[in-house]
Design a protein around this ligand. Sequence first.
Ligand code: BGC
Length: 251
Amino acid sequence: MSKKAIGIDIGGTGIKGAVVDVKSGRLLSERFRYQTPVGGTPKAIANTLKELISNLPNPQGLPVGICFPAVVINGVTMSAANVSHDWIGLDADRLFEKELKTTVHVLNDADAAGLAEAKYGAAAKQKGLVVVTTLGTGIGTALIYNGKLIPNSELGHLQIDGFDYESQAAYSAKERENLTWAQWAKRLQKYYSTLEALLTPDLFIVGGGVSKEHEQFLPLLKLKTPIVPAENRNSAGIMGAAYWAKKHTTD
Ligand code: BGC
């Protein structure tokens, strides 16, 4: 049985992909990156995926996992953050299977990052409840219980102080408002304390590009729950998506 799958991470600005060894999570090819087409329509994105996959070594027949910034139920994208609204209610699994002529499984981007941590990273041996958060343009969340994903948690949209709190505590808010690390950490404190009060997790994992600077803000947080940076950063979505595709494909 082949242990390879293609993982693709679709974001508002970039689309990245590689071939992954799903046993170890190791990338078996170069990681290719394309700009997300302006407008982010399904057809334009499908064309970009075709081009990306044509660069990969021996892609024929490999299952493709795709992560996407949306609630995804049985391959149907139910929302669309930073991409065209044509995705809402679209059977993305079917669309991509038709275009790419192989098995495709789509999942939420934060869920893919969470799976990468659960299978190959900071939550690999963790029992109980792990809450993985990605701090980027928005806040993505993944709930992992005893290694199993509870999909589509969408806790970046918690209402705190009358705000959809990703608008206050995502990394994009720090950049937009020119917040210092300490100012941003105050908002993160509020966010993680709320999650802690609601869920009593065993571990928080913080991902997203900014997690490479975790020394600047994680030590400022006072929580009962241990909080650690993600181990898989740029490739977490790719690894988790490939794992998801393989898990849902019988060969
Ligand atoms: C979306 C989530 C996504 C997160 C990170 C949020 O705005 O609602 O589906 O996981 O951004 O991209």
